[in-house]
Design a protein around this ligand. Structure first.
Ligand SMILES: Nc1ncnc2c1ncn2[C@@H]1O[C@H](COP(=O)(O)OP(=O)(O)OP(=O)(O)O)[C@@H](O)[C@H]1O
Length: 773
């Protein structure tokens, strides 16, 4: 009760007008509520991040009816529900209030304000941060410049289809002396309405020779238009395919060369969504949208010129109508760009969740959370947008929503799509209105002109046909512009990702290639030194994972790193593998800073086996050969597999070494054996093992460990080994043990020395003797 009272006080203390700030208020209130009593309000806090404030009240009423009734009473005085009315509102005032609320559904109303992924309303400033249209087009052009010939062919055939001179088709058969008419007949597709009308009127007036001539021209024009369209459309398709391919290539290679920290922040689902649907959508920009826009602009311009030739006053009225339509088109296009951006974002989030769920399907099954993953408690009004639901709640009982992570994003997609559909409805409405306006204006003004003898009935018919053509072209331009805006909206994230610079260590002379840059030592001795190394993961820049770490690994020795979970053992290996760069200090290999060495060469000389080694979806031989730069025979692959005790189980697979495997098709121990065989085959100078044998049975582990730690490479020479271990047997076998505690080195020495010290290591061994033994 005190919490509810405090929360009520918080809400009433700051009565903020609701308009345009619903998301923000809701968020603030809930932050405060959550701080006041996190146990009472945890769920509400996360939910209302994307709910408008009215839903806070709804949610509280529904979920915490008993506890927070004073809060909702107080809240309802401060916050007027979007579609509802205050308690006590009745009669005309209440009705007016409700009507006013419904007014928010009209263009420009509050219903059209979008919320971003964080659930907060996006203001104009945030939208302006997007990629400008010209900038997006420039980037697109740069992307396809290599294949510009495809575009040239497409545009040339388009121009031919739309604007080619008819004179070559029928030149000598024209009526002499009719200058205007001759000019009018210069356009191929555009002249179809002209000859159509001329044919009809010549038939009506009984001029059979003129009728047949016009009919012949009509057929020729239709054929010409069709033939020119063929290369044009084919080229466009070809262009779209090329562009998607090129974009995916570029994006994929840009992503591949990013820092590991980048992948800590971006999820796989999100990135694959950009590579998939986003690239497809963006490819429409030049291949489809721009192409259709130019075609319709050409045709519209031709029709307009024709109209001006026929009648200037009538043509001006058409210009006026088209200008109004263009204004509507501008706003609609801007709206579409925003919609597309949000839809891409929400789709990416939905993909992210789906990908995660499918990757963790075993956990979902074991914990029986399928229903939870599908949870969806909509009622009668499902699925309609949150806002509309809120308005309807004034008339109907609307059940509270309960959505899971995936449904949350689908619901938000739906929410945006709903508004998109309504906007399309408004756009179509305006088109219809203007389309019919042209006819009415043409008939009225044209009829008057006929009455006064300024134009003939034939001219008016032509005028109406061309006016329709003009408005039709304007409509298509509008439609394609909005589609272009959609594509540009969708392109934003793709271009942002493509603009990322590749990781510094992989750049050479401005190119990101698998390159050779830096020092290559003639031979790796294997002396590794960590000098005052400190490190924070970029995603947690305030929390150091390593603090002033100093230790050495001597050549041909086995160094074990031990310590409690989270003490920084794997981080040390990550830094040595240069997956991250130290925030402070240096790591040296044979006296040379790692940063000065050729990274490609360095990695070729390191073998790494992790705790959960990844297996690629390919056959066993390819998996063992993965990353091995030297040529290897099948015998060598089998030798490595035998050393890793993998040979027997591989032979028992349906196709032996040719069996297709992946992470889900092998046991943990089998995966580790393949990864160990992979490391053995590389014959690395330095071997790094991160609990590499944890999934093996005791006997196999003993044998494999012997091999990895003592036997060394093919020629029997020992190598430098760094091993993270929890088992006492592994640790005892090490020449040197580095004991980590809370990101610092607590002790260094061998097993005997450390036990004699009686320090942290002794306590660790004592406390975890069961686990270590
Ligand atoms: N990618 C990452 N981003 C942010 N923090 C991380 C990341 N990886 C590890 N950490 C944090 O760094 C600290 C050290 O982690 P590390 O993986 O090195 O521990 P560890 O000693 O290897 O643990 P374990 O024995 O459980 O594998 C931990 O607090 C961990 O939460």
């Amino acid at each position: 009760m005190p919490a509810a009272a405090a929360a009520a006080a918080l809400l009433t203390a700051a009565p903020v007008p609701l308009a345009n700030t619903a998301g923000r208020i809701s968020y603030k209130c809930n932050r405060s509520l959550h701080r006041q009593n996190p146990t009472l309000f945890p769920e509400i806090r996360s939910r209302t991040l994307f709910f408008p404030s009215t839903h806070l009240v709804e949610l509280l009423q529904h979920r915490h009816r008993n506890i927070v009734s004073p809060l909702t009473a107080a809240a309802s005085n401060s916050f007027l529900p979007v579609g509802g009315s205050k308690a006590g509102d009745s009669g005309v005032a209440g009705l007016l209030e409700r009507l006013r609320a419904w007014g928010h559904f009209l263009p420009g109303g509050r219903w059209w304000v979008f919320q971003g992924c964080d659930g907060v309303n996006r203001d104009e400033e945030q939208w302006k941060k997007g990629v400008p249209v010209l900038c997006a087009l420039r980037q697109m052009w740069f992307l396809v410049a290599r294949d510009r010939w495809v575009i040239y062919v497409a545009f040339a055939s388009l121009a031919t289809a739309s604007v080619s001179r008819v004179s070559s088709w029928w030149g000598h058969g024209q009526r002499e002396g009719e200058r205007d008419e001759r000019r009018e007949k210069e356009l191929a597709e555009l002249s179809i309405p002209h000859f159509l009308t001329a044919s009809i009127f010549s038939a009506q007036s009984g001029k059979s020779s003129i009728f047949y001539k016009n009919a012949r021209i009509l057929v020729s024009l239709c054929l010409a238009s069709g033939i020119c369209r063929f290369p044009h459309e084919g080229d466009n398709e070809l262009y779209c395919i090329l562009q998607v391919k090129r974009m995916r290539e570029m994006l994929y290679s840009t992503l591949l060369f990013q820092d590991i920290a980048f992948f800590d922040e971006e999820t796989v689902g999100n990135l694959t969504s950009r590579l998939g649907s986003d690239c497809q959508q963006v490819s429409r920009i030049i291949g489809n949208d721009l192409n259709l826009i130019s075609r319709n602009v050409l045709q519209g311009a031709g029709a307009l010129i024709y109209l001006f030739i026929l009648s200037r006053p009538l043509a001006l009225s058409m210009v006026l109508i088209c200008a109004t339509l263009s204004t509507v088109m501008f706003f609609y296009g801007r709206f579409q760009k925003r919609v597309a951006k949000l839809m891409q974002e929400f789709t990416a989030h939905a993909n992210e969740v789906a990908q995660e769920t499918f990757c963790l399907i075993r956990t979902v099954r074991v914990y029986g959370t399928e229903k939870q993953e599908l949870e969806r408690k909509f009622g009668l009004l499902s699925p309609i947008s949150f806002h509309l639901r809120s308005h309807l709640s004034g008339f109907l009982t609307v059940p509270t929503l309960a959505v899971n992570r995936y449904m949350k994003w689908l619901e938000r997609l739906w929410d945006v799509s709903l508004r998109q559909s309504v906007a399309y409805g408004f756009w179509s409405l305006s088109y219809n209105f203007f389309y019919h306006s042209t006819q009415v204006v043409a008939v009225l003004t044209g009829g008057i002109s006929i009455l006064f003898g300024h134009i003939t009935a034939e001219q008016l018919t032509k005028f109406i046909l061309y006016a329709e053509w003009l408005i039709y072209s304007a409509w298509w331009v509008g439609d394609n512009c909005s589609s272009l805006m959609q594509s540009i909206g969708a392109s934003e994230k793709v271009f942002q990702l493509m603009d990322l610079l590749p990781r510094q260590q992989l750049i050479s002379e401005g190119k990101c290639v698998l390159l050779s840059k830096g020092i290559r030592l003639p031979k790796i001795v294997g002396n590794i030194e960590f000098v005052d190394v400190s490190f924070c993961y970029p995603t947690r820049s305030m929390v150091p994972s390593l603090k002033h770490v100093n230790f050495s690994v001597l050549p041909n020795e086995v160094t074990a790193i031990v310590g409690r979970s989270g003490s920084g053992k794997s981080t040390i290996l990550n830094l040595f593998l240069r997956l991250y760069e130290p925030s402070n200090g240096q790591i040296l290999l044979d006296g040379i800073p790692l940063g000065d060495l050729d990274i490609k060469w360095l990695r070729e000389n390191i073998g790494f086996v992790g705790q959960e080694p990844p297996i690629f979806r390919m056959d066993v031989t390819s998996n063992i050969r993965y990353g091995c730069t030297r040529e290897t025979t099948q015998e060598e692959v089998e030798w490595a597999a035998k050393q890793a005790l993998a040979h027997e189980f591989i032979l028992s697979l349906p196709n032996g070494y040719s069996t297709l495997v992946d992470n889900a098709l092998l046991s943990g121990g089998q995966k580790q054996r393949i990864a160990i065989a992979r490391a053995i085959l590389r014959e690395p100078a330095i071997l790094i093992l991160d609990e590499a044998t944890s999934a093996l049975d005791a006997e196999s582990e003993h044998y494999v460990k012997e091999l990895l730690l003592s036997v060394g490479n093919l020629s029997g020479q020992k190598r430098t080994v760094i091993v993270i271990a929890h088992r006492l047997s592994t640790i005892q076998a090490a020449d040197r043990i580095v004991v980590m505690d809370g990101g610092t080195v607590a002790e260094v020495g061998n097993h005997k020395e450390l036990l004699q010290n009686g320090g942290f290591y002794t306590r660790l061994v004592g406390r975890h003797s069961d686990a270590l033994a």
